[in-house]
Design a protein around this ligand. Sequence first.
Ligand code: DC
Length: 226
Amino acid sequence: MISSTTPVIAIDGPAASGKGTVAKEASRVLDFHYLDSGALYRLVALKALREATPLHDEAAMAATASRLNAVFDNDAIVLDGSEVSAAIRAEAVSEAASRVAALPGVRSALLSRQRGFRRPPGLVAEGRDMGTVVFPDAVLKVFVTASPEERARRRYNQLIEKGNYITIDGLLRDIRERDARDSTRTAAPLKAAPGALILDTTNLTIDAATAFVVGKYRALAAAERH
Ligand code: DC
């Protein structure tokens, strides 16, 4: 049912699949709220790195997650009063976030915070477990993928633009390792939710991928009205 509760569109998939851009664009077109759940794991990781909390200390990491003093204000992400939207994208934070995200205590500490983003008129939520764990009642679930080679190429272009020196081969190796870690962990492994539509963006533009999600949602909403 779309009308009885605030609708959620759950968009999951691996890193650099295009899910972030598609989710953000779809939220803009539909005028829905937007949740970047990966940013929450990144914030926990950044805070732990800054405070030198051992990443494997699950109780300490869960406490860090539940006390997180973070504000999302359009494109600005503020942690303990300072803007960190660039800092949470650093490679060291990506690496730490992937480890932190494997801890069940951290995942449950972030659950109600994520659900709090569900406000009228609707929410587009992106991550790894939006359709499986956080919003299992999402009206539309999309699992976004792209080939590892294409994802490495996209990440390479982003990093080169920011002035980093890296190789595609190194990125491809990192992407494969992170995929394996994210999809084989016991706590909320990365996988398509039952009923999720698979959207392969390897050969799609952002506009075409966004149109797919918005079109599916509008078709569901129209069917509900009739
Ligand atoms: O999407 P991202 O790269 O910003 O996510 C950062 C890390 O957090 C990544 O290792 C996957 C993990 N993550 C998760 O486990 N569950 C989510 N809902 C979102 C991200």
